[in-house]
Design a protein around this ligand. Sequence first.
Ligand code: AHG
Length: 280
Amino acid sequence: MDDIFSAIQRSAIRIKEAIDTKDIGYSQQENSSGETQLQLDIKCDMIIEEEFSQVPSINTIASEEKEHSVALRESGKYFIAYDPLDGSSLIDVNLSVGSIFGIYENSFNSKNMVAACYVVYGPRVEMVFAHNKVKMHLLQGGDFEFVKEIRLGEKGKLNAPGGTQQNWAPFHKELVDSFFKEGYRLRYSGGMVPDLHQILLKGGGIFSYPATSDAPQGKLRKLFEVFPFAFIFQKAGGDAIDGCGDLLALDCCDVHERAVCFFGSNYEIARVKEVYAKQR
Ligand code: AHG
């Protein structure tokens, strides 16, 4: 696992340089989710593929920017799914973005997930790696240095509701409003990585991306976004569900499959379960 950790660190340093210096125009290509790719998305994808290609323990990679997974080495035991630059549409307004990695043993099955990681490119570059514990590192003078372990409290104060309100189900709107009525504050940048990082570092809260009338499976992708953050929240002492059950119990039949998702501390997730159970 150490060699993967180092490859992610090298990728993050190169991606940060690319964000700071590269042209951010659109390419002529679309990714598998039908989004026009930024040249920067493609560049970041190439950086990670180059770094992972040098790691003997990696068998196969899957990227949000590639239609199919890529086999690297039969002898490797790890399968890594990554989103090279999540929230890249926020780059041109200079908001924080991130890279997300899910690390699996032997196949891309949520039950085989052994570690997850994300990097936030904000005013600072921070990397959070979850294996047995959830540990945060800060990029300083060209190296990542350990800062602290991340643990969620039982209850937080932040509410990050994803999706377009007019496309939410009425019961979901009531749920979101109930948190605000209880004093929760809105914190939503539109970048999953910084939004979830904020909840993790401020001790708790709730991030939701529900089914919407235009996207019944939600927007966020299981392998690249949902499973890695579910792993991180559970290891940090919080929880992650699809409304009813554990996100990490879900199957994934296609690399680009999506899931409705909720990440948070235990109090908020228990409330989501209660409200969603009544809809079944
Ligand atoms: P993109 O990579 O296309 O910019 O999408 C970002 C994702 C995720 O990071 C974020 O949580 C979500 O889209 C926000 O979507 P809404 O604007 O629909 O809430």
